[in-house]
Design a protein around this ligand. Structure first.
Ligand code: AMP
Length: 517
């Protein structure tokens, strides 16, 4: 949980406002229509201290800074605020898509904050287009939209039967392929505004399929801790995106990341979170020797971002690794490289190798009690389905030394899937249970010798035999093929893991606190 203040909302409004002229520099006529930008809020909780806690975007959208924003003809949404502020995400999604379809001839850009959320909207459209068309044809809103504010707001847009429009949308949606569906449904769209850098890059090909080649625009780089920077060349290719840090958002510092040794040293500091004598220097000296100010970063160098915010974080390590690509005037520009330690991510979840190991260790207790051993495992985030899901590859053997594959009990393996999910952190479980932005976890059991084949493959790609370690997450398609061609059984989690807004695991809290230097 990050501290926030009312004053911080001014800074966020400034940040959002500056995105508009940047876009106008590159795209003409954005004042001639609307944006179908899908925004959602999430429930808030009351902490024992009496302060409300909620996601940073919910906080902004519920604030008067958003609700009472001055009219700006370059930034008009098809979604009425009431549909954005509806806390039932299904009703909110349905109403926002309905309003976007009814106003299709006015839409000049479509999007959501992250690529994953936008693809969920497309999936929702695939599941609901018949019903949406029926509503447009009859001019009557479906009866499961019960939120009174949503109903009122939508009724002003869906004011009469529109059979011609319904026919047109139906003709597009009924086609066998949804390739280019965005251009077909919203023909004036100039670009898709979604973040596709970092872990969201995995969605680029799917977005290109649905958008029919429209530019994918990542406008901003921000976090719950602080908003960082904007993309001053919004129409560039996703792989070329750099964000210019806005120096007034926080006090920025950077830990130099030069080589493996440094990463490991940082790891040590990160894990311990306390001063420790290492290689003759303590943590404080080590950080001092590696930290540089905003003005002293160098092009081509890698850094870990450290922020001191107006809201009370001091020298806080965000966990992102950035590379300097240039300068805009004197403000440095950065390419987002990766989040430190994250191996799996589908939506807002960020699962580290350590989190995964912990969860797998819990789950393997189930099979161990049945005389089976988990000899190797790896994983990847499968985003070919919507929503995406975690896939684990497991190589198993019987405790007695035999190469024969053990009999696998469906119920037991499904329990393993569930136990892994239950042991992952609360953000993962919230995405699974509440937001439904991640699908059921899958375990693919591979035949004996598969991980040897994976090692052979990695060695053939240049890994050193001496230093080879089984990758706990695979990213190359060839490596996935090596594993997939040896799968003997697949199992999915049948239960949804638990999640409670109030439960803050002590370990997670401690590790979050240790992120502060
Ligand atoms: P959260 O605080 O949960 O919203 O997550 C913030 C984190 O999301 C950042 O620290 C980054 O790791 C990631 N993130 C946010 N914006 C971007 C972006 N434009 N490109 C890549 N990663 C991003």
């Amino acid at each position: 949980m990050m501290p926030s203040t009312a004053q911080e909302l001014d800074r966020k409004s400034f940040f959002y406002n500056i995105l508009v002229p940047v876009m106008n520099t590159y795209v003409e006529g954005l004042d001639q229509g609307k944006a179908m930008f899908l925004l959602f809020i999430k429930p808030e909780i009351n902490t024992p201290a009496g302060l409300v806690a909620r996601p940073v975007l919910t906080s902004y959208h519920k604030s008067s800074h958003f609700r009472d924003r001055p009219f700006n003809k370059f930034n008009v949404y098809t979604s009425p605020d009431e549909t954005i502020l509806c806390s039932d995400s299904r009703q909110s999604m349905y109403c926002q898509l309905l309003c976007g379809l009814v106003q299709r001839s006015e839409v000049l850009r479509v999007g959501a904050i992250f690529a994953s959320a936008f693809l969920r909207a497309i999936k929702f459209l695939e599941d609901h287009w018949r019903q949406l068309c029926l509503n447009i044809r009859t001019g009557q809103l479906t009866d499961w939209i019960t939120d009174p504010s949503c109903k009122n707001a939508v009724s002003l847009i869906l004011s009469k039967p529109m059979p011609d429009l319904a026919d047109l949308i139906e003709r597009e949606c009924i086609g066998i392929s949804w390739e280019g569906i965005i251009r077909k449904l919203w023909p004036r769209t100039k670009y898709v505004e979604v973040i596709v850098t970092g872990s969201m890059a995995q969605y680029i090909s799917t977005l290109e399929f649905y958008s029919g080649g429209l530019p994918l625009v990542s406008t901003m780089y921000a976090s719950s801790e602080c908003y960082f920077g904007i993309n001053l060349k919004p129409l560039c290719k996703p792989c070329d995106v750099s964000y210019t840090l806005l120096p007034n958002m926080a006090y920025f510092e950077f830990i130099t990341v030069i080589e493996d040794h440094d990463e490991k040293m940082q790891e040590k500091v990160h894990c311990n979170g306390k001063s420790e004598q290492k290689n003759g220097i303590n943590e404080e000296e080590w950080i001092k020797s590696k930290i540089v100010d905003l003005v002293n970063v160098k092009v081509g160098h890698y850094y870990e971002l450290v922020v001191t915010t107006y809201t009370g974080l001091y020298r806080y390590r965000v966990g992102d690794i950035l590379m300097v690509t240039g300068f805009h005037n004197n403000a440095p520009q950065f390419r987002f490289v990766q989040r430190r330690n994250v191996v799996l991510s589908i939506d807002t979840d960020k699962t580290s190798e350590e989190d995964l190991l912990k969860a797998v260790t819990e789950a393997k207790l189930i099979i161990e009690s049945l005389g089976l051993l988990l000899t190797e495992y790896t994983s990847y985030a499968d985003t070919t389905s919507i929503p995406g899901h975690y896939v684990l590859f497991w190589e198993l053997k019987k405790r007695e030394n035999t190469e024969q594959l053990p009999e696998l009990d469906l119920i037991v393996m499904e329990q393993c899937c569930y136990r892994v999910e239950e042991s992952l952190d609360s953000v993962y479980r919230r995405c699974r249970r509440k937001d439904k932005s991640i699908g059921p976890l899958e375990i693919r059991v591979v035949k004996h010798g598969t991980f040897d084949a994976l090692m052979d493959f990695c060695l053939s790609q240049g890994s050193s035999v001496n230093q080879y370690k089984t990758p706990r997450c695979i990213s190359s398609q060839e490596a996935a093929r090596v594993l997939d061609s040896r799968v003997v059984a697949r199992f999915f989690s049948k239960k949804v893991p638990s999640w409670e807004p109030f439960r803050i695991e002590a370990n997670k809290l401690m590790s979050d606190m240790h992120r502060a230097v």
